[in-house]
Design a protein around this ligand. Structure first.
Ligand code: DP6
Length: 351
């Protein structure tokens, strides 16, 4: 009996304009559009291979070497949508093998440690959906396929693309226009780099799905965020990316992280994702930008305490001189700061 196989990888994406809130839980439709930046240099990916054969008795999934259930409603939703699209192809061409009726075996591996505290569901669902779409030879575009990944996990739709990506919230009740689109490929602004600072590798205490539901239901600040703040910021951030305006991109990224965490704090009961180390890093970034008299770094935090810093390649040394001083007891880079400057700096952080 023949076995048919396809593989793909999908990158982890980090939002610089956050998705937080659903207007339709079942279809995973967001209350605002969002933007993410995925850089090749990060190279944090999920690799997924899928196989189908008439002889497979049931769908099965192995995640990082361990068998996992495929029974979650979200996963079933994705599998059903993909099988429906394949069925359409088979109806149009009766010579095609009946993949839509056969079972699947799925093997998925992350190339990054879970301890990095990075959300893996985005890359996971994106890789799953793209691998099956490839296996089924679906003719749909990546944007169209992203609507299926979105049902697995909202942020997953952005992981179908590398580079600078927007998830347009759309307005159709059936979600047919809520999809990811490329703003610009990675090569458009290749100097952009990202660093992950792990403040705590523990599992987050409030999962994003329930956290955002709590915010939607209880935060007053949230209404201002989705109706006024984000729509404007979405356009501005797209422009900043297209114009390669780092200072503006950084300001919007930091403000949006702060705004998202403010709505978490404004939820009732409040949700805390950042910890003391996270806040220290925020302070440090502002200090670094003030110190140099120009914006060279931006921070952003997802639903957890770990920081992702964005900066341009040309400023790497300037940035890490500070980071290593604070977090690695002067190991690493040779700083070019004078003793006086460093004294001022230590004073700042000891208060
Ligand atoms: C803070 O995509 O994990 O990372 O759609 O419920 O699976 P579900 O949520 P998820 O939420 C991500 C939230 C975020 C912001 C973002 O990635 O835009």
């Amino acid at each position: 009996m023949s076995v048919y196989v396809a593989s793909t990888t999908a990158p982890v994406n980090i939002a610089t304009l956050k998705y937080w809130g659903k207007r339709d839980k079942n279809l995973n439709l967001p209350t605002n559009s969002s933007i993410s930046v995925t850089l090749a240099q990060q190279d944090l990916r999920t690799l997924t291979s899928v196989a189908t054969s008439e002889s497979f008795p049931e769908d099965k999934l192995w995640l990082n070497g361990k068998e996992e259930s495929l029974q979650s409603e979200r996963t079933q939703h994705c599998l059903q949508d993909l099988r429906d699209l394949r069925k359409q192809l088979e109806a149009a061409d009766p010579s095609l093998p009946r993949f839509s009726q056969w079972k699947l075996r799925i093997v998925s591996e992350n190339n990054f440690p879970t301890a990095a505290g990075l959300a893996s569901s985005a890359a996971g669902f994106a890789a799953l959906v793209v691998a099956i779409a490839k296996l089924y030879q679906l003719p749909q575009s990546y944007s169209d396929i992203s609507k299926i990944a979105r049902k697995g996990s909202g942020s997953a739709c952005r992981s179908l693309f590398g580079g600078y990506v927007a998830w347009e919230m759309g307005s159709n009740p059936d979600g047919s226009d809520s999809k990811a689109v490329e703003i610009a490929p990675m090569e458009h602004w290749p100097q952009m780099k990202a660093a992950v600072l792990v403040a705590c590798a523990d599992k987050k205490d409030t999962p994003s799905t329930s956290g955002m539901q709590q915010t939607v239901a209880t935060s007053d600040l949230f209404q201002e965020r989705i109706n006024v703040v984000v729509p404007k910021r979405f356009e501005e951030m797209k422009q900043a990316i297209l114009n390669k305006d780092f200072a503006l991109f950084a300001e919007l990224t930091m403000k949006d992280s702060n705004s998202f965490h403010a709505t978490c704090l404004d939820s009732f009961p409040p949700i805390f994702y950042m910890n003391d180390t996270s806040r220290k890093i925020v302070k440090l970034c502002h200090f670094i930008n003030a110190f140099y008299g120009e914006t060279i770094v931006a921070y952003t935090y997802d639903a957890g305490p770990n920081a992702v810093l964005y900066y341009l390649q040309e400023n790497e040394e300037k940035l890490f001189a500070f980071i290593y001083k604070v977090f690695q007891n002067n190991q690493g880079w040779d700083s070019k700061f004078s003793a006086k400057e460093l004294a001022k700096f230590s004073e700042y952080f000891s208060t």
